[in-house]
Design a binder for this molecule. Structure first.
Ligand SMILES: [Zn+2]
Ligand SMILES: [Zn+2]
Length: 347
């Protein structure tokens, strides 16, 4: 079968290769992949800035159809079932974190698509405990963005405990920011401000409004502070959701949250450390929810509302490309063109 493989460490060393169709163990299913989305993480794996163990098949945002079922999981899965799934392969299942429903941060995790063969492939074997049935009526295009949607579900709902806000600032207008806007709108938050840069102007800002943003702010052309203070009677937003991973956005964002407000951290930063006005956290008594990835509980919550939000989620799929065009897809992501690009593994 064809698969996109990181075949050696170092920058690049990624290409389409012919590899054997995987065998499955008794507790696994074999999935014929329909779509696999290109993620920022894939660019970091390409650039060797994210831990990976080559040779490894890349890709972790997938959906597809079950074509083979291991004997131990036949009560739950049948050939022909439509499936989406998590990427927490290798999680031990027995440590305190796994037992608490947090395999996404288990020390033993070998993430699918970077340390475990992933989904830019015609077929993928998956331990069945990571698989979720795709609800009826969900299109493949929407199924293909379930993983990032589960992340925002985890960050805003589980970690952030959001729901009582009157106002939010979402910094960053790429996938995480736009999906956060979907959730903020769903929660009925009255003032939803999405901030970004010139790159977001033509496509992502209009999309942010479609997702439910009440205001969009281009920080390169407008004064974010003035706008936020204007909209919040001079006190700042109830909650700030940081999705940009930009040092400048992080530094300014802290000034825009009201006292006793909340900060939900989603975007990872490039450098190891950045300066932040630490005492501001104290003086304002801010609550911080730092988040990473998507535990099983967040997948259940995301899938429960995916049908409702399908019209919005579908708009976040900018383009669907065949595997042979993967380099163009990676390049679009690098340049910040569009939002999600799905690779059609059946094309
Ligand atoms: Zn991802
Ligand atoms: Zn564990």
């Amino acid at each position: 079968m064809k698969a996109l493989v990181k075949y050696a460490s170092g920058i690049g060393n990624v290409g389409v290769r012919d590899v054997p169709i995987p065998e499955i163990a008794a507790d696994e299913i074999l999935i014929k992949i329909k779509y696999c989305g290109i993620c920022g993480t894939d660019l970091h794996i390409y650039a060797d800035e994210y831990p990976n163990t080559p040779p490894v098949i890349m890709g972790h945002e997938y959906c597809g159809t079950v074509v083979k079922v291991g004997e131990a999981v036949r009560d739950e899965w049948s050939v022909g079932d439509r499936v989406v799934g998590e990427l927490h392969t290798g999680a031990c299942g027995t440590c305190e974190l796994c037992q608490a429903g947090k395999p996404h941060i288990c020390d033993s995790k070998l993430a699918l698509g970077s340390k475990y063969n992933g989904a830019f492939a015609e077929y993928m074997s998956l331990p069945a405990w990571l698989a979720h049935h795709l609800p009826d009526g969900i299109s493949w295009e929407v199924a293909g963005v379930t993983e990032p949607f589960a992340i925002t579900t985890h960050c805003l709902i589980e970690r952030g405990q959001m729901g009582n806000e009157r106002s939010v600032l979402i910094s960053g207008a790429a996938t995480m920011g736009l999906m956060s806007a979907i959730w903020a709108s769903r929660l009925g938050i009255k003032t939803i401000i999405v901030s970004g840069t010139d790159t977001d102007q033509d496509m992502r800002f209009p999309l942010a409004k479609e997702m439910g943003a009440t205001h969009v702010v281009n920080v390169q052309r407008e004064n974010l502070r003035d706008i936020v203070m204007d909209l919040t009677n001079g006190v700042g937003v109830d909650t700030w959701i940081e999705c940009s991973g930009s040092g400048a956005a992080i530094k300014s964002g802290l000034q825009l949250v009201r006292k006793t407000g909340k900060v939900v951290l989603i975007g990872l930063i490039g450098p190891e450390t950045i300066p932040i006005p630490w005492n501001t956290l104290h003086y304002k008594e801010l609550d911080i929810a730092a988040c990473f990835s998507s535990p099983p509980s967040s997948w259940q919550k995301a899938l429960a509302v995916e049908g409702d939000e399908a019209p919005k989620l579908r708009q976040l799929v900018t383009e669907i490309i065949p595997l042979e065009d993967w380099e163009r897809g990676f390049d679009m992501m690098r340049k910040g063109i569009g939002v999600k690009i799905l690779v059609d593994m059946e094309a």
